[in-house]
Write a protein that binds this ligand. Structure first.
Ligand code: E4P
Length: 214
């Protein structure tokens, strides 16, 4: 499973990229707004940090306008993936962009049928949102599992991005059900690297080392 970061904060991206494990980035309008910076400038800076797919989301709701936005965004860098909301207009835009060779990430996916249609339209990626499903009393990981099974059954090449990840258990669950990618917030990455037994183990080794003959 590939590990992407879900943020528009370049410092967070720089830090996780420095660990040598980061394979892509996803952003969304809320994450961009949080940074208080110019959208295209942030995206360009991200492309200079990570050599992998960088999702940038359109905000138009009409397919023609989505395509126009996409055409501007892909000029920033060849690694740009256009994030399109899972709507009827979104599907039309995905088809047009696929024909032009533009990669897309269909976002706000909450059912296997939505994922199937997005794949049929030519999406490069689909993003089922685990956390938001959990929030309303569903089991988000079941949807990821269902989509992976369907795509495997029909040899569909669209990759599944487990999104809206809230904690480290979500990441393990996504890996176990065969999600191709998990897009993970900065804080969850930090938790994933940590274990109390690692910390106490280092402390004990260093203490013992003080007593060792050198
Ligand atoms: C996916 O690409 C989205 O940016 C993201 O995972 C949304 O997560 P949230 O539910 O925490 O906003």
């Amino acid at each position: 499973m590939k590990l992407f970061i879900d943020t528009a904060n370049v410092e967070e991206i720089r830090e996780i990229a420095s660990w040598g494990i980061l394979e892509g980035v996803t952003t969304n309008p809320s994450l961009i707004a949080k940074e208080g910076r110019v959208f295209k400038e942030v995206i360009k800076e991200i492309t200079e940090i990570v050599d992998g797919p960088i999702s940038a989301e359109v905000i138009s709701l009409k397919s023609e306008e989505m395509v126009q936005e996409a055409e501007e965004l892909v000029k920033i860098h060849e690694n740009i993936v256009i994030k399109i909301p899972m709507t009827e207009e979104g599907l039309k835009a995905v088809r047009i962009l696929a024909q032009k060779g533009v990669k897309t990430n269909v976002t706000l996916v909450f059912s296997a049928n939505q994922a199937l249609m997005a794949a049929k339209a030519g999406a490069t990626y689909v993003s089922p949102f685990l956390g938001r499903l959990d929030d309303i009393g569903h089991t988000g990981i079941d949807l990821v599992k269902e989509i992976v099974e369907i795509f495997d059954l029909y040899l569909i090449e669209t990759e599944v991005i487990a999104a809206s990840i809230r904690h480290t258990t979500h990441v393990v669950q996504a890996a176990k059900v065969g999600s191709h990618i998990a897009t993970i917030p900065y804080g969850v990455f930090k938790q994933m690297a940590k274990h109390p037994l690692t910390d106490s183990g280092i402390e004990r080794f260093l203490k013992d080392w003080e007593k060792a003959a050198k």
